[in-house]
Design a protein around this ligand. Structure first.
Ligand code: CA
Length: 232
């Protein structure tokens, strides 16, 4: 799940952001002070940071520079939030290493769009361009799945399910884990739903080759070529 960190001392704005981001399915960590923020960034390594300019203790600019100087967190996209609209301030923010800049007051949809753009740009979130398991190839950039030379059409849920399985072949994922990570925290679905989508996924994939999705009784699913199939 994608984690967004908010570093913002204004309570009303922080709450508004948190509410809207969670509604979009992001996991949110909200810090209100500069000092606390640095250790929290290192601890959680969020996918994107919304960073206020004016903060108590450390300023947003200082935090931005500090993040950019720490090798393990330096690539996290940073969107500066600020009341300052001056061109000069914008340049200062971008020079300090911010990826983007949003001036308050901003509209929530605009900020959401900026977040998505910056997530796409983040190199560490696309460590691989494709997953391959036996003859199944998942193109993560084009979001397409092939088996041999055959294109496999998958619905969005089946695609996310397969992606999760193919990320770690052999690992058994529980239904609960899949529900949480494929459907998201906020949506109420029964664990039986996972079975329904696994069935659809199998149907599409197995048209061109053997069944590599393993059902682990009372537990969940894995993708592997273990010949001791327990599949129904
Ligand atoms: Ca502030």
């Amino acid at each position: 799940m994608t984690t967004v960190m908010i570093i913002e001392d204004e309570e009303a704005l922080g709450l508004l952001l948190k509410y809207n981001l969670e509604k979009e399915g992001y996991q949110v960590i909200w810090e209100t002070s500069g000092n606390k923020a640095m250790s929290s960034v290192e601890k959680h390594c969020p996918s994107v940071i919304l960073l206020d300019w004016m903060l108590p203790e450390l300023s947003g600019i200082e935090i931005c520079k500090m993040i950019r100087n720490k090798p393990d967190i330096k690539d996290i996209p940073i969107i500066m939030l600020t009341a300052k609209g001056e061109e000069e301030d914008k340049i200062k923010g971008l020079t300090a290493g911010a990826d983007d800049y949003v001036t308050k007051p901003f509209s929530v949809p605009e900020l959401m769009a900026r977040i998505k753009t910056n997530l796409r740009r983040a190199p560490e979130l696309l460590p691989e361009k494709e997953y391959v398991f036996e003859d199944i190839r998942m193109d993560l950039v084009e979001r397409k799945v092939f088996r041999g030379n055959n294109y496999i059409h998958l619905g969005p849920t089946e695609f996310r399910l397969l992606k999760m399985l193919m990320e770690t072949p052999g690992k058994v994922f529980s239904r609960e884990f899949l529900l949480k990570n494929v459907w998201g925290n906020n949506i109420f679905v029964e664990s039986r739903t996972v079975d329904v989508h696994i069935r659809r996924l199998r149907k599409s994939l197995n048209e061109y080759g053997p069944d590599y999705i393993r059902t682990v009784r009372a537990t969940g699913y894995a993708i592997d070529n273990n010949i001791q199939q327990e599949n129904e």
